[in-house]
Design a protein around this ligand. Structure first.
Ligand code: FRU
Length: 309
């Protein structure tokens, strides 16, 4: 089974601070760490681990489509080595005139567990034509690929999804609706098969719980067979608009210290895609949600994404 994840790739610099500082304050962090980030790369890194334990077939392939700086730049090489040999980067779009990667500067607060992210990204966004050129060769390889979109640059993403509906009629398409206030995300949700909403997006749209968000959004998404919503310490929920199946699961972190919440949502997405794509009908609706929630819960109790098993 071929999965193509489309989204940005970041290099993250993470400062662990005792609390989140006020404006103009000076504060000493207790720790600094640097790692490759980005929603889709994080999701693929976790999926790469999950697939090592099966069911992994020779045709399974994990592909990233991200805009990256020059192939020969040091950051680009770091990005490649961070993803190992389970994730293919040969469909990425390399901007040869750029050497600065997309970067995030993140402050995590030891008091609240929050992670505040400031991004910098000078790489020109992918165009629909670049996307079509990158995925076109897959038509000869698979007729049922899965495309997962981070849901950035909604205008271009919408064009990419329209292209896929025309040229990959058997494809499944999932979309992450994450960033509060980003216009155009509702339109993306409306053309996707699977939609994953973040708590931040849901709250910014006036919803007070995952269930509230899903029940209302199910009236506004015409095509989706599955809607999910993560809600931090309140767990996650899923709804199948066509069958009416609904489930809510509590978070898995109670009683265990929260260590690192960066990429918890990305890990949830990996768990969900693993269930949907690689476990299919073997796992029921509730089990897929439980697994995604469990693996996201495991993630927040440890630093980074390695050895999540
Ligand atoms: C976490 C993350 C970070 C990255 C940022 C991009 O979800 O993907 O790794 O820097 O979000 O928005």
């Amino acid at each position: 089974m071929t999965l193509v994840a489309i989204g940005a790739c970041y290099l993250d610099t993470i400062l662990t601070a005792p609390y989140y500082p006020g404006e103009d304050e000076k504060l000493r962090a207790s720790r600094i760490s640097r790692r490759r980030g980005g929603n889709c790369p994080n999701t693929l890194e976790v999926l790469g681990q999950l697939l090592q334990y099966g069911p992994f077939s020779a045709e399974s392939s994990l592909n990233l489509i991200a805009v990256l700086p020059s192939k020969s730049s040091v950051p680009c090489q770091q990005i490649q080595s961070s993803l190992g040999n389970m994730v293919r980067l040969d469909r990425c779009i390399y901007r040869e005139r750029f050497s600065e990667p997309a970067s995030s500067y993140i402050i995590t607060s030891q008091t609240t567990g929050s992670r505040t992210i400031v991004n910098y990204n000078e790489l020109p966004e992918m165009t629909r034509t670049e996307f079509a050129t990158a995925v076109e060769p897959l038509r000869a390889v698979t007729d049922r690929p899965w495309f997962h979109f981070e849901g950035r640059a909604p205008d271009v993403t919408l064009e990419c999804i329209r292209y896929l509906r025309e040229y990959f009629p058997g494809a499944e398409i999932s979309v992450e609706v994450e960033k509060p206030g980003r216009p155009g995300l509702r339109e993306l949700a409306d053309v996707a098969d699977v939609v994953i909403y973040s708590k931040g997006w849901a709250q910014s749209n006036g919803y007070t719980s995952a269930e509230d968000c899903l029940r209302d959004q199910s009236l506004k998404t015409s095509q989706a067979s599955l809607l999910c919503c993560t809600w931090g310490s309140d767990g996650a929920a899923a709804l199948e608009p066509k069958t009416g199946n609904f489930a809510h699961v509590p978070a898995h972190t109670e009683g265990v210290g929260v260590v690192d919440t960066i990429g918890a949502g990305d890990t949830f997405n990996a768990g969900l895609l693993y269930g949907l794509i690689y476990r299919g009908r073997d796992w029921g609706f509730r089990k897929k949600l439980e697994f995604a929630n469990l693996i996201a819960g495991l993630k927040v109790t440890q630093e980074g994404f390695t050895d999540l098993q």
